[in-house]
Ligand binder design. Structure first.
Ligand SMILES: Nc1ncnc2c1ncn2[C@@H]1O[C@H](COP(=O)(O)OP(=O)(O)OP(=O)(O)O)[C@@H](O)[C@H]1O
Ligand SMILES: [Mg+2]
Length: 235
């Protein structure tokens, strides 16, 4: 499903070059629920943006479901982002002026699908336990609920790959647990491929695979708590 080979990403700010990703390689299978862990600044969000086709790589290849993200032109990337990727940002990025339903409706309309959303919005809200909040504005919801709206929005288009940046960052353990349950359910019953960044080791160990990053590279990639060292990919 996801194959990353020798991926590099440099940021140029003025004369300074930040080498955010330095030769990173890993593979995640279809339907797998994987987590990415590692210290702040090691390149986790950068990796997710490159995978999601939102940021160009400097070197290396990224393939998602047979689509070569690193070789695609802008048009193909726009379609890829719209049709294949669901993204939950580190900050929720919900539109405060729209209610929950309309936040999801907007995401649906952006697919350019001729079908009406029909029951899709209701069913996805149901799956994150927010069926009764669809007419509320995001700011009237708790942090945990807002995060679940952001997840529902990413799912409304039925993406091939769900990319999630720190979904439980500001949440207490009860809400973090709820979110984990949603992802596990998605991965088990719908074979949704999910890649989730987290700094929470307990959450990470509940996923099928842990990709451990350090200084822009992968230091370990393995199953759950029994992660095994990966050879030749450390920077
Ligand atoms: N737009 C940018 N311009 C220049 N440098 C950047 C930019 N975005 C990120 N960086 C740098 O790239 C490195 C990796 O950043 P990234 O946001 O990917 O880290 P992260 O692992 O997600 O950190 P955190 O856990 O704090 O979210 C950092 O040194 C960061 O300062
Ligand atoms: Mg980050």
């Amino acid at each position: 499903m996801i194959t990353v080979k020798d991926l590099h990403k440099d940021y140029h700010s003025g004369k300074v070059i930040v080498r955010a990703l330095r030769g990173l390689s890993f593979h995640v299978g279809s339907g797998e629920f994987a987590s990415i862990v590692g210290p702040s600044g090691c390149g986790k969000s950068t990796l997710l943006y490159v995978l999601g086709g939102m940021l160009p790589a400097s070197q290396g290849t990224v393939c998602v479901g047979g689509f070569d993200v690193t070789a695609a032109d802008d048009r193909a990337l726009t379609r890829y982002r719209r049709e294949q990727i669901g993204f939950v940002f580190q900050r929720f990025n919900l539109l405060g002026s729209l209610n929950v339903y309309d936040n999801l409706k907007l995401a649906w309309d952006l697919t350019g699908s001729r079908n009406t959303a029909g029951g899709r919005i209701e069913s996805v809200l149901e799956s994150v336990g927010l069926a009764d909040k669809s007419r509320m504005k995001p700011l009237a919801l708790s942090q945990g609920e807002q995060q679940r709206v952001a997840i529902a929005r990413a799912l409304v288009r039925q993406p091939t790959l769900l990319l999630v940046d720190e979904p439980t960052g500001n949440l207490d353990s009860e809400n973090a647990e709820k979110i984990l349950t949603i992802f596990k359910e998605l991965s088990q019953s719908r074979k949704q491929t999910i890649l989730m960044i987290t700094h929470n080791r307990a959450l990470a160990s509940a996923t099928e695979r842990i990709i451990e990053m350090k200084d822009g590279g992968v230091v370990e990639s393995g199953r759950g708590e029994t992660a095994v060292p990966m050879h030749g990919s450390a920077p």
